[in-house]
Design a protein around this ligand. Sequence first.
Ligand code: PXP
Length: 259
Amino acid sequence: MPGPLEGEYFSLMVKLGVNIDHSATLRQVRYRGMESLGEPDILEIARRCEAAGADGITAHLREDRRHIVDVDIPRLKEGIATRLNLEMANTPEMVDLAEKILPAYVCLVPEKRAELTTEGGLNVLAELASITTTCDRLQASGNIQVSCFVDADPDQIRAVADTGAKVVEIHTGPYAEHFSDPGARNRELQRIVQSAELAASLGLVVNAGHGLNYLNTAELLRAYPDFFELNIGHSIICRALLDGISKAVQDMKSILAAI
Ligand code: PXP
């Protein structure tokens, strides 16, 4: 069975993985424990992302289940037409779950309970043995492609290659945070480009993500056009709210007008 990347790798255009976590955040505010009845239906969100051109769907099952919950993962895996990228911490619970559900990708991320979102990259150097074991298990279990989310740091990139993971996702958060300061922005861009080049030279597929939006993504791609995929979430969900609010209000007004 071909791996999910086979045949896709030589496509010229960078792929877009849409992270739909924050559509689930909205659902959980009102429907925690009643997810099957809850709005929005995140499978429908995922399908609409795909219909609009998303190349993959990313969902982070956090230990505290603050947005995506367990039932979402098999439902997304079965219901989407593209590839599910399951973001998860490297814990026994999550590794067992991934082995059962067999998403196309697993992206290993660090997780702290108190953080609002993933704050930094995984420290692969410090956890080399355990991450290597997880990569071996997942890659042996049924063609899961394992990715590690790391800072733009050459030592971390080399460590990812040492684990046997095939994919690295470079943390673009610091670049996004410093976007309004040209000096700092360029420093962060250079770190990303150097890390991406190193990763590619080590044979890794190179993805990137975190904090990317409608203002900062083009410049990142101009600096390094060879990313395989960008994973973008918060900004797309926010744009969806803004661009969708007029129609949503008009649809409700037509119901009122029809009575
Ligand atoms: N990549 C990883 C590994 C992430 O943890 C996240 C956030 O969950 C993203 C990409 C997407 O980040 P954002 O929501 O800022 O676009």
